[in-house]
Design a protein around this ligand. Structure first.
Ligand code: ADP
Ligand code: ADP
Ligand code: ZN
Length: 213
């Protein structure tokens, strides 16, 4: 099963993608997590990506497409995967589509997690991230057991640089301009499913499971 998560930054794509990955035993592939891991390890790719990410801009397609195609070519992806944060532009979607069709394959579901901008701005300020293991929390909705510390790995949680309010607005603008057109792209392919992302995260997950089964 090959699934794409669509939605604004902060809509809950990552939260849902992790639950889907666990339930269906497929890898959760997040381009944002791959970039953050590279930044943390000080790689060339990380240094290039950071310049864009800190401004709330997209990392150029050339860089992004290559790392994604390498990742999904990995053995663990052969029975499917859930993509979180990719594609984010029409050209990225076209490259993925082409790579899959060359293998006689295609995306099964594009799940659009729909959340209005007003809710997004509130959510992002409360998001806390573990840059070590990729776990995500929310100070009100998903607090860690011990304040500021990751439940899974014990590392310190941070407010991501790009989750500061001034950058969130840029990211929303970028989303509407460059990523939202993908809703039409996957709708035309007949694989788009929309869920109401303002519900409680368990309810959102139930709606997704109903679609997938
Ligand atoms: P995305 O991957 O789309 O950027 P996340 O999954 O990281 O979004 O979620 C953004 C923030 O909102 C996180 O702090 C997360 O814990 C919280 N969150 C996710 N889903 C919900 C929900 N349904 N209701 C309230 N908060 C949520
Ligand atoms: P969120 O879902 O909260 O927006 P992500 O972790 O998916 O956050 O992405 C963080 C940043 O990483 C994006 O704002 C962008 O700069 C970069 N990024 C991630 N995925 C892509 C992509 N597919 N194309 C271009 N840039 C990307
Ligand atoms: Zn952690």
């Amino acid at each position: 099963m090959k699934i794409i998560m669509l939605g604004a930054p902060g809509a809950g794509k990552g939260t849902q993608a992790k639950m889907i990955a666990e339930k269906y035993s497929i890898p959760h592939v997040s381009t944002g997590d791959i970039f953050r891991a590279n930044i943390k390890n000080g790689t060339q790719l990380g240094m290039e990506a950071k310049q864009y990410m800190d401004q709330g801009l997209l990392v150029p397609d050339e860089l992004t497409v290559k790392i994604l195609l390498d990742r999904v070519a990995n053995e663990d992806c052969k029975n499917g995967y859930v993509l979180d944060g990719f594609p984010r532009t029409i050209p990225q979607a076209e490259v993925l589509d082409k790579a899959l069709s060359e293998l006689g394959d295609q995306i099964d579901y594009a799940i659009n997690v729909d959340v209005p901008d007003e809710n997004i701005v509130k959510r992002m300020g409360g998001r806390r991230a573990c840059l070590s293991c990729g776990a995500t929390y929310h100070i009100e909705h998903v607090p860690p057991k011990s304040e500021g510390i990751c439940d899974s790995c014990g590392q310190e949680l941070v407010l991501r640089d790009d989750d500061k309010p001034e950058t969130v607005q840029n990211r929303l603008n970028v989303y509407h301009e460059q990523t939202q057109p993908l809703i039409e792209f996957y709708s035309a392919k007949g694989v788009l499913k929309t869920v109401d992302g303002t519900m409680d995260m368990k309810e959102v997950f139930e709606a997704i499971v109903t679609i997938l089964s």
